[in-house]
Design a protein around this ligand. Structure first.
Ligand code: ASP
Length: 436
């Protein structure tokens, strides 16, 4: 059995939906279809999910919605009409909006994007519509109730055979909607694939696989044929955003390969993510992200002082901040975090550190981190030399560097402003040197 997931661009219009139908009907193994809400039809268009977030604010503050409702309804009705489907989607959506008040929460409103999308796709494919709220249960801490959900998903497939499920949400035990983070339909698909022990999880999008570097930055960047779960998790964590980072682990644990495919070019083999990927080069891909902050602490002999790091980390723990890296020197320690994590507590953390250690402490903002990922970097000589040579030739200052203990990832910190230049130069230089 194959579990498929189609992203917003694959569901944006009737034309796209016809491509989806061709893909599904060309292989009867494709029994389970997870859908996003309709995305943009072109660059000037809006994603239905973004419109729903905006609409919910209008509901909440009682402000007229400027025709947003109509835009949403029109999109679904146009798709339905162009496909000639016998389903009164306009009535369903209107009834939902009529039931909304100031109190209707974001999850309830926003999840309808995928809900109505799945209603249409199910009708078009002739598959059963199964509401995610009926099969995916989340505990009150937001974690999936694995066993209960697995049971329900298996039962749904046993009962209906072929199903369409809206992505991006499920329900708490009391029935309230639980929304995943943005791009979460990928995660829904991964869970379904794991629960059903699928042969493969196909993730259909608008690019033919995962690029070795962001092609908007690294011109002519190639796609990766195969990549391991671990490598992709590193790349996703560091900003490569083809697949939601939380969607990899469920498939990795269940040993299910993920295939990233292009709805607009369905014969392209795309990228396969497995445990045993074969690489031709030591580096598989480059990803990078702006917006890191470094808390720098200067105090004589601090690195050698027993319990110093422990006490320092307790301060970050107190503010529930996750720490990315801890570069240390004899008399200096720096804590690198993602700026979003500390946006409301930077000054409190600085004050706490200064009080606790009676030391000099300051922050350095606007750092970007670049991850060079490759399982075969392990034990290879000269790769970091080449990386630093490329950055030197571009006159880019390296603010920090870290290699993971398994030697799979090399992380380089540069100024935020230099991120794109650095990635472009690294992609070009490493490809030329046959290392990527
Ligand atoms: N529609 C949601 C989003 O735009 C979820 C998804 O597409 O995966 O984030």
């Amino acid at each position: 059995m194959i579990v498929t997931k189609f992203g917003g661009s694959s569901l944006a219009s009737a034309t796209q939906l016809k491509k989806v139908k061709n893909i599904i009907t060309s292989n009867p193994e494709r029994q389970v279809v997870v859908v996003s809400a309709p995305g943009k039809r072109d660059s000037s268009d809006y994603k239905i999910t973004d419109l729903l977030y905006t609409l919910r604010s209008h509901f909440k503050y009682g402000i007229p919605d400027d025709g947003i409702r109509e835009m949403i309804i029109k999109r679904y009705v146009t798709i339905k009409d162009e496909l000639g489907l016998d389903i009164d989607i306009e009535k369903e959506i209107n009834e939902f909006f009529a039931s909304c008040s100031k109190k209707t929460n974001t999850a309830t409103v926003v999840s309808r994007g995928e809900y109505f999308s799945a209603r249409i796709v199910a009708k078009f494919l002739g598959f059963a519509f199964v509401d995610a709220a009926d099969i995916l249960t989340f505990n009150f801490d937001g974690k999936i109730d694995y066993e209960k959900s697995k049971q329900a998903v298996i039962e749904a497939v046993d009962k209906y055979g072929n199903i369409v499920v809206p992505g991006f949400y499920g329900a708490y035990p009391d029935g309230d909607i639980h929304l995943l983070s943005r791009g979460g339909s990928d995660v829904t698909g991964a869970w379904l694939a794991a629960f059903l022990d699928a042969d493969v999880y196909e993730n259909w999008t608008d690019v033919s696989g995962i690029y070795a570097a962001d092609p908007r930055i690294a011109k002519g960047a190639k796609t990766i044929q195969t990549i391991t779960y671990e490598e992709l998790r590193e790349m996703s964590y560091m900003g490569a955003n083809v697949l939601h980072e939380d969607s990899i682990l469920p498939c990795q644990k269940a040993g299910i390969p993920i295939n990233i495919l292009n709805t607009n070019e369905p014969t392209n083999a795309g990228t396969i993510i497995t445990s045993e990927a074969v690489h031709l080069h030591p580096i598989t891909g480059i990803a990078g992200k702006q917006g890191y902050v470094s808390f720098i602490i200067n105090k004589e002999h601090c690195a050698g002082e027993v319990g110093f790091i422990y006490r320092l980390l307790s301060i970050f723990n107190k503010y529930d901040v996750s720490v990315e890296h801890i570069p240390t020197g004899m008399d200096t320690v720096s804590i690198v975090t993602y700026s979003d994590e500390v946006k409301n507590c930077t000054h409190k953390i600085v004050a706490d550190i200064a009080n606790e250690f009676d030391c000099e402490v300051y922050t350095e903002k606007d750092m970007a981190l670049i991850a060079l990922v490759g399982r075969q970097m392990q034990g290879s000589v000269g790769i970091s030399a080449k990386i630093f040579e490329i950055l030197r030739d571009e006159n880019i200052n390296v603010k920090m560097m870290v290699q993971t203990p398994d030697e799979m990832t090399l992380v380089v910190g540069v100024d935020d402003d230099e991120l794109t230049t650095a990635i472009a130069a690294l992609y070009e230089g490493l490809s030329e040197a046959n290392l990527l």
